[in-house]
Design a protein around this ligand. Structure first.
Ligand SMILES: [Zn+2]
Length: 288
């Protein structure tokens, strides 16, 4: 196979290459593209662009969404509010809540208000599911419209530049689970992906991924289950010393939020701004 292309002194590489690249201590700059959660737009909008640049990329869907059995609450809210101009939620402990959601600002405010509601999260989730149904947007329809299916994944996995990884069964906050529950979330997702796709799954992206959501136990399970990398959402570049901690690799977040998708900001991040002690101190000062 030809070596992957290089742009702006960065070489796009597949995740499979990361362990050897780190161990080789090569000075070549490389980056791997990873997309969490399994949104359909990864395929619709992302894949053609990656294809144009011959850039390998990795997708991390969670199996409950692929199976169309459940969707993370905040993902449901986001996808639902994108397509409705108003929402009426009948909540068991908060009564009837009505939101006008014509603008992006109003949609964001409604999401925040619903996520902040007191009481059991399951109650709010059920109330929103019923509201979605009443608005003509049942969960199944939202999943079909916004999320990859097994069929999509089978098409994608046939492509030599696509890697599929584990993002657990239910997008759980692993750190909150028992040992058994945590292990199962990871191992069941891995087994299912391997059976359905007929390929070995060697990478995991921990849901949420911060130091509060995944720690030593999660990294140990990932290693024990045969993954060759584990991806967190801790911000940073990878360096040769990460060859010793392949199951807790940092990443840079690019999303529609704030400045993270700004090219100048991204270039700055890739150039190591967040990794230098000097800047860490400066950021510490700004925060403090
Ligand atoms: Zn996620």
């Amino acid at each position: 196979m030809n070596s992957p292309p290089s742009y702006d002194r960065w070489r796009f590489v597949a995740l499979d290459e990361i362990p050897d690249r780190l161990k080789s201590k090569s000075r070549e700059r490389f980056l791997a593209l990873t997309l969490d959660d399994g949104y359909l737009d990864n395929m619709r909008y992302g894949a053609p662009v990656f294809e144009e640049f011959e850039a390998p990329f990795a997708l991390f869907p969670y199996t409950n969404a692929l199976d169309r059995v459940a969707i993370e609450f905040w993902m449901l809210l986001q996808s639902l509010l994108l397509v409705v101009d108003s929402l009426r939620v009948e909540h068991p402990s908060h009564g009837v809540l009505e939101f006008r959601t014509e603008t992006m600002e109003a949609k964001r405010a409604a999401i925040e208000a619903l996520l902040r509601l007191g009481g059991p999260v399951d109650d709010t989730y059920r109330a929103v599911l019923a509201a979605a149904e009443a608005a003509g947007e049942p969960m199944r329809r939202i999943l079909d419209r916004e999320f990859l299916s097994w069929e999509h994944l089978r098409t994608l996995v046939a492509h030599p530049r696509v890697t599929i990884g584990v993002h657990t069964v239910s997008h759980a906050d692993l750190a909150t689970l028992s040992d058994e529950g945590c292990y199962r979330e990871i191992s069941e997702a891995k087994t299912k992906l391997e059976l359905e796709l007929g390929t070995r799954i060697r990478h995991i992206a921990y849901p949420l991924g911060s130091t509060a959501n995944c720690r030593e136990r999660e990294f140990r399970y990932a290693r024990e289950l045969g993954f060759i990398t584990g991806l967190t959402t801790t911000r940073g570049n990878v360096f040769p010393h990460h060859a010793e901690s392949l199951w807790s690799l940092p990443r840079h977040l690019i999303s529609g939020l704030k400045h993270s998708a700004d090219v100048k900001y991204l270039r700055m991040s890739l150039n190591g701004v967040w990794d230098t002690p000097l800047n860490n101190r400066a950021v510490g000062k700004l925060r403090g």
